[in-house]
Design a protein around this ligand. Sequence first.
Ligand SMILES: NC(=O)NC1=NC(=O)NC1=O
Length: 245
Amino acid sequence: TIRLRVVNPNTTRAMTDLVGRSARAVAGPGVHVDAVQPTTGPASIESHYEEALAAVGVLEQVRLGEADGVDAYVVACFGDPGLDAARELARGPVLGVAEAAFHAATMVARRFSVVTTLGRTVGRAHELLDRYGFAGACAAVHACDIPVLALEDPASGALERVTAACRAAVEADDVDAVVLGCAGMAAFTDRISAAVGVPVVDGVAAATTFATALVRAGLRTSTRSEYAPPPSKPVAGVLGGFAIA
Ligand SMILES: NC(=O)NC1=NC(=O)NC1=O
């Protein structure tokens, strides 16, 4: 059995449960999914400040996973917080949901657009598109201006508003797929795809699919240079527990 740990980097249990369901929906037999969240950190991540705080929580959960024999990890937040640092700690593959979603979108469509939460997170999405090499395939990143924690609130009309933003993106950008720019939108995926008539990519499902595929292919994070374990060094103060022995 492949042991997959899906890390919700924020501390909202409802979102941890949501990403766990989304991963289990595609994981299939032979894959055990653990959905976890940090013991400390922001309730949601929609700013650079919250992303920096959440990265520590991702590392906390990856350290625990390594002690537990976890085979692969998904960082289930669209900013992919702590992804590179997590790769220095993990034996197996670590995938971010933005990274995986971009790859999946280009496997089913020539070009895609992203629909994300707050406008202030659009720049981060562009950074990740550049980092992963998909800037040329992504026509635009649109914000629907719904706060992350409002996505789960039926009164927010989030499904309708995200659907409308996806439909508008397909028409305005002339793209053939849409990437949902927040793990909190995962439950909307099938309904939006049916309504808009194009593949809609949920990064949690994509990352789960690719992470387990990598494990089956015998591929693990390289330890030669950039992702080698961090050097041993004192760590002062409240983060002292993170010191590498
Ligand atoms: N673009 C986003 O707002 N992403 C996210 N914030 C969270 O707290 N989880 C996400 O997926």
